[in-house]
Ligand binder design. Sequence first.
Ligand code: CA
Length: 223
Amino acid sequence: MASILIVEDESRIASFVAKGLRADGHSVTVAGDGVAGLDHALSGAFDLMVLDIGLPRMDGFEVLDQLRSQGSRMPVIVLTARDSATDTVSALDGGADDYMPKPFRFSELQARVRVRLRNASAGSDETRGSVLTAGGVTLDLRTRRASVGGRTLELSAREFTLAEVFLRNPGQVLSREQLLDTVWGLDFDPSSNVVDVYVGYLRKKLGAAAIGTVRGMGYRFNG
Ligand code: CA
């Protein structure tokens, strides 16, 4: 079981999350503002942090920024407003490992906590190599299961392979030809728009912002 830090100023949410995580056997500490949260986070005593964005004294973005700039790789799950895609993107860009839109059911957060703790403690190369995670998307290469933000996704075999190529190359521009070669094989008609069609399918499932179009060059996974 793990030591988990919750940084959240709304006591109702903090106690609801703390209670659930304690029931799962974790030891939980709650900090009610960003400064106290950062102090705790930098102590090295915690395995994972659940971090709110809107916090007194120092907001969650600043906490995350300082934590990462001091070299901590502690898994961080950020709590964002459900209607704020900007917060979500900023949090992931700022080094959060995952996000949880508010309001949420405890089981949704629980699933994310489980994935983050499992990934962080994945000791063997075999285990580490079998799960790919970027931009809130997780692919388990052994079970062929996919999830985004802890929610299971139904992907066809081709969609899964395409997603795998993107997750192995986060932030890189991949040309249609590269994707076609890798996912469909060289014998596929290069004039086909199959790549564009499948990128469209993946955007519907992973979120439109997950895969960017780079005009005249190809696609980029925003991991
Ligand atoms: Ca708040």
